[in-house]
Design a protein around this ligand. Structure first.
Ligand code: TTP
Ligand code: MG
Length: 386
């Protein structure tokens, strides 16, 4: 029996959360980004802002140039993690087979669960209605027999879309799309395919498997299957996270140190908020850098005591960045942060050092205040906090 899989992605998620807290922001060009004083980047842009050419990953300065009237809101991660949890809970009411992918997207295997709704389409409408009523967000949903086709479909029908690819139509649906639309085809693979004269998914699908396997190995087999609408991956609940990571690919390669630091700060804030949300601390912090020539390096450090404190994670990551820049200063295309060696409630307390505990409590208190009153309600100073 064919499976029925949904891919659901919220539209302009961070912006939508801010709009639900402040309805005056609706239908306006709104940008959620890092701290403007730190020369941050756009994390999320409303569709009104996108019509000016603004997109995620763009420096805020450029976004301001493109649309000076755009309203800039500072990212408030505790709000987003809370909204994300509510979103996932709504989805779980429709099927127990749920796989959250990121903060605002998930796969849902609804095979068999669509019957009371008469059709997958009507079930999807019911999900959109709940999300709209309870969260005041819009979502885009792709429906297909496998994950990859559902994901491409939801991406294609944004914003507030619904697109169903009926069984047997997968290959036909994918065929005219550019190869970059396929999950698993990054810039590097796109380049290899271009060298092979392949720009559309239909061309990739028609290639003999051996040809693509020779050029791209195992990943060639995977994307060849995907392009043919073949993807047997199950929708699975993720196991306990062993690590949390977050990375940004820049719109343009950069060696601007302030910009790199601002991006890192944004990533660390997000990662540490997620740690606190999961009630976890991390001991291991890894910085990932990818240079314009695709050379990728990682630098790792183990903390004396596990932490989920913004300041601790950012300061450590910043030291790793400074060391790496000291060794090699060339333009970068990606920066990422990973925290691992996670511990839960049973964390080992470092007996004589209560400063980090205090900082953790402070971060949690700030999370609560921000959730209620917004990011601007409280700002930490630059110096030592406690
Ligand atoms: P996305 O789903 O990629 O983006 P979006 O929800 O803002 O817009 P849409 O889905 O309608 O295209 O990412 C979800 C959230 O993740 C986004 O609201 C903000 C955050 N994010 C970043 O912080 N940095 C980024 O570079 C990207 C792409 C997303
Ligand atoms: Mg989204």
């Amino acid at each position: 029996m064919a499976r029925c899989i949904f891919h659901i992605d919220l539209d302009a998620f961070f912006v939508s959360v801010e709009q639900s807290f402040n309805p005056k922001l609706r239908e306006k060009p709104v940008i959620v980004g890092g701290d403007p004083e730190r020369r941050g980047v756009v994390a999320s842009a409303s569709y009104e802002a996108r019509s000016f050419g603004i997109h995620a990953g763009m420096p805020l300065s450029k976004a301001h140039r493109l649309c000076p009237q755009a309203i800039l809101i500072q990212a408030n991660f505790p709000r987003y993690t809370e909204a994300s949890l509510k979103f996932m809970k709504i989805l779980a009411d429709f099927s127990p087979c749920i796989e959250p992918l990121g903060i605002d997207e998930a796969y849902l295997d609804v095979t068999g669960y669509e019957e009371p709704y008469a059709s997958p389409w009507k079930l999807a409408l019911a999900i959109k209605k709940r999300i709209s009523k309870e969260l005041e967000f819009t979502a885009s949903i792709g429906i297909a027999t496998c994950k990859v086709v559902a994901k491409v479909a939801s991406d294609l029908c944004k914003p507030n879309g619904l697109l169903e690819i009926t069984p047997g139509e997968e290959r036909h649906f994918l065929s005219p799309l550019p190869v970059a639309k396929l999950p698993g085809v990054g810039k590097k693979t796109e380049q290899v395919l271009k060298e092979m004269g392949i720009s559309r998914l239909g061309e990739l699908a028609s290639l003999p498997l051996d040809t693509i396997k020779k050029r791209l190995g195992k990943s060639g087999t995977v994307i060849h299957g995907y392009a043919n609408g073949i993807d047997d991956r199950k929708v699975e609940a993720p196991s306990e996270p062993k690590s949390i990571n977050n990375q940004t690919t820049f719109a343009r390669d950069t060696s601007d140190r302030h910009f790199l630091e601002a991006s890192l700060h944004h990533l660390c804030e997000q990662v540490s908020a997620e740690l606190r949300y999961l009630n976890k601390q991390a001991r291991c912090i890894t910085l990932k850098l990818r240079y314009a020539d695709f050379k990728t390096i990682t630098r790792q450090v183990t903390l004396q005591e596990a932490s989920n404190v913004n300041q601790v994670i950012f300061t450590t990551a910043l030291q790793l960045l400074s060391q790496a820049l000291g060794q090699e200063e060339k333009p970068m295309r990606l920066i990422g942060i990973k925290v691992s060696s996670l511990s839960g409630e049973e964390k080992q307390l470092y007996m004589f050092d209560t400063k980090n505990e205090k900082l953790e409590h402070l971060d949690k208190a700030i999370d609560q205040i921000r959730r209620r009153y917004g990011s601007a309600a409280i700002k930490k100073g630059k110096g030592i906090l406690i």
